[in-house]
Ligand binder design. Structure first.
Ligand SMILES: Nc1ncnc2c1ncn2[C@@H]1O[C@H](COP(=O)(O)OP(=O)(O)OP(=O)(O)O)[C@@H](O)[C@H]1O
Length: 271
């Protein structure tokens, strides 16, 4: 594992872990205590959701893992990428907004991380096309973002995150702005991709239903500063299908997750 912030006595290399946060806090320059202390361990290949009230520090946690921001205290560690060095430290990031460049094609948008990393153009184009095919957009490589629906733009954003073949995919409310039908389709497609690629996924959402449908574990956070309120394993038959969405087991898990979330917005202590 790569240690981001060293501290004596924390050397154990837990190779089965993709990410580990120990006693992590974040206080912004304006004095806002956004996070923690947070302890979280994510196994390689796991799909977890971070669920919590607005402003509890979910995005902050993702930014710390992605090394876009440094913790105020504590240790953030991630597994060393096995294979050749690559852009993004083995991390792909998908934001709520697709943030595509409007002046260029879908393929060029997806190729961008490889271009920035100096990957030769022919190779990068082939990899961009492959990533687009993996999200069902093989026929739209030459289209421009304005020609795409919201769901398709998000697929492009996902392809751009996957094009560097990251070990870890960080997704910050990627489907929040989409209509429910599109969101359900993207949920299913994301699960199919995860099964095929076996990336570690850390998925931030406000939706209890989405978190239960997608994840192997739902990590419920407290109100700011975000700590872990509950860590709930979703045990069900795989692969998940629409049948799961309407099952009694799904409703039971949604109830359980909602109950864990309740103290965060009611101001009541956790049960
Ligand atoms: N750069 C910053 N400077 C100062 N305060 C910040 C900064 N970024 C976030 N915050 C504050 O830190 C807290 C946590 O923000 P963060 O975006 O991580 O929460 P979140 O759980 O992702 O919220 P949401 O669900 O609404 O997106 C909030 O109070 C936010 O206003």
């Amino acid at each position: 594992m790569v240690e981001r912030k060293t501290s004596s006595g924390v050397e154990a290399s837990l190779t089965a872990l993709a990410v580990s946060l120990r006693g992590v806090t974040k206080v912004y320059d304006n004095g806002v205590m956004a996070l923690g202390p947070l302890d979280l361990a994510v196994r390689k290949g796991e799909f977890i959701s971070l669920l919590g009230p607005s402003g509890c520090g979910k995005s902050t946690a993702l930014r710390l893992i992605a090394e876009l921001s440094a913790p105020s205290s504590g240790i953030v560690r991630m597994a060393r990428h096995e294979g050749p060095a690559q852009p993004g430290h083995g991390i792909g990031f998908v934001f709520q907004e697709p943030t595509l460049m409007p002046w260029t094609s879908v393929r060029e948008n997806v190729r961008l991380p490889l271009k920035l990393a100096g990957v030769p153009k022919a190779d990068a184009r082939a990899r961009a096309d492959e990533a687009l095919a993996s999200v069902g957009l093989a026929d739209f490589a030459d289209a421009y973002p304005r020609e795409l629906s919201g769901g398709m733009k998000m697929r492009v954003s996902l392809a751009r995150a996957l094009v560097t073949d990251p070990d870890i995919l960080l997704m910050d409310e990627p489907f929040a702005a989409l209509d429910e039908i599109t969101r359900f389709r993207l949920n299913n497609d994301l699960l199919a991709l995860w099964r095929a690629l076996r990336k570690t996924v850390i998925f931030v959402t406000h939706s209890v239903f989405e978190s239960v449908y997608l994840s192997q574990r739902v990590v419920v956070m407290t109100a700011r500063p975000g700590r872990i309120q509950a860590d709930i394993r979703i045990e069900t038959v795989e692969p998940r299908t629409e049948e799961f969405r309407t099952s009694a087991a799904y409703s039971d898990y949604c109830r359980k997750v909602s109950a864990a979330l309740a103290p965060s917005y009611s101001g009541q202590p956790a049960l």
